[in-house]
Design a binder for this molecule. Structure first.
Ligand SMILES: Cc1ncc(COP(=O)(O)O)c(C=O)c1O
Length: 365
């Protein structure tokens, strides 16, 4: 029998979450952001749940090819654009739209021989200082692209640094509006946090993390508040039970000491499965659907749980590390991430290759 750990992708949750993005931005079309192999879910596994999207946004040309191989004929957007001139040939061949965020990408387009002109998303750096033309250079880039026979439509785009937090988006919107107010073209501004928290005029929103059922602004917002459902479950089983006496310690470094007799369960899941090693004692998990917490350090292949809230638990009991548990129970990935000092994004992207994935039955999901 294989180790009992598995990850499950829930297509109905993906579809539900995309519908929430549409509800939050009713006038916009929705990009399902599927970079990083669909935030760790797997493009092929996530595709069915996300196929109601208006398009897929991603970075990796090979991942874009996989979407075309799945039969997707609609829009694809390369969020970082082309990395070298010959990428434009693939964009032409696969009808991919691409972001243009620096001058050399305009030069490559000007030199590109294409039958069908390209649709581009011109990106402005309004304060994130990662990618994009400065507001001062943006209009010149727009004029250059507009004059190229290789380009047929130019959309306007920016990315927010603080849509999930107190600084918000007003400072970046001011910069964007000032530089674009008289330019034609569709606009793509909002990521998940902006889609849920800020009503903006968008022609295309870019729904990443919300599609996967994680709140972009945890703990201020959570999936209950935003009406999202976990699209990934990581689950395993108890493979041993230990009865501790007061003074007994648990695991490497003896970081946990029992103050009184305590039953703990050992779970087949460790950092080599992608579970965060920095998750300290008390990180939430479910045993047979009952909420409890970890004790001691996470090791490579195992972690320990306090079984006091689940006295009936025994070897073979089901453990939910995040996502859906038995009897309608649920543990948001954001809670686990927060206890480990990270974000849901990182955990879902980090599930290790040794963990087998399966896709839940959409009807029973
Ligand atoms: C340009 C761009 N748009 C949209 C997204 C999606 O962001 P989120 O997952 O927070 O919705 C990202 C992700 O980092 C991005 O880089």
């Amino acid at each position: 029998m294989p180790r009992p750990i598995e990850a499950i992708v829930h297509p109905a949750a993906l579809a539900h979450n995309l519908a929430r993005a549409r509800q939050a931005a009713p006038d916009a079309r929705v990009w399902a952001v599927v970079k990083a192999n669909a935030y760790g879910h797997g493009i092929e596994r996530a595709f069915d749940g996300l196929r109601s999207a208006d398009g897929f946004a991603l970075l990796d040309l090979a991942e874009a090819e996989r979407l075309r191989a799945l039969g997707w004929r609609g829009p694809l957007l390369l969020l970082e654009g082309c990395f070298e001139p010959r990428d434009l040939e693939l964009c032409s061949r696969l009808s991919m739209w691409h972001v243009v965020h620096h001058e050399a990408q305009v030069d490559w387009l000007a030199a590109h021989k294409t039958q069908a002109p390209h649709r581009v998303f011109l990106k402005m750096n309004t304060g994130m200082n990662r990618l994009g033309f400065t507001p001062a250079a943006f209009r010149a880039a727009w004029a250059r692209l507009n004059a190229l026979p290789q380009v047929d439509e130019i959309s306007l785009m920016t990315h927010f640094s603080d849509a999930d937090g107190p600084r918000g988006i007003a400072h970046q919107m001011q910069v964007f509006e000032a530089a674009t107010h008289d330019l034609p073209g569709e606009r793509s501004l909002s990521n998940s946090a902006a889609t849920l928290r800020h009503a903006l005029r968008n022609d295309w929103v870019r729904a990443g993390i919300l599609s996967y059922g994680s709140a972009p602004d945890f703990p201020e917002g959570d999936i209950a508040r935003w009406g999202l459902r976990p699209a990934m479950t990581l689950r395993s089983k108890l493979i041993a039970v230990q009865e501790l006496q007061a003074g007994d310690t648990v695991g490497y470094g003896s970081s946990f000491t029992a103050r009184e007799p305590l039953r703990i369960g050992i779970v087949a899941c460790g950092y080599a499965d992608g579970y965060p090693r920095h998750a300290g004692t008390g990180t939430p998990a479910l045993v047979d659907g009952v909420r409890t917490g970890t004790v001691g350090r996470v090791s490579m292949d195992m972690l320990a749980l306090d079984l006091s809230p689940a006295p009936g638990a025994a070897v073979g009991s089901e453990v939910t590390l995040w996502g859906r548990g038995p009897h309608g129970s649920m543990l948001a990935i954001d809670e686990v991430a927060s206890a480990a000092g990270t974000i849901g994004y990182e955990l879902m992207c980090a599930v290790a290759p040794r963990v087998p994935f399966r896709v839940a039955d959409r009807v029973a999901d």
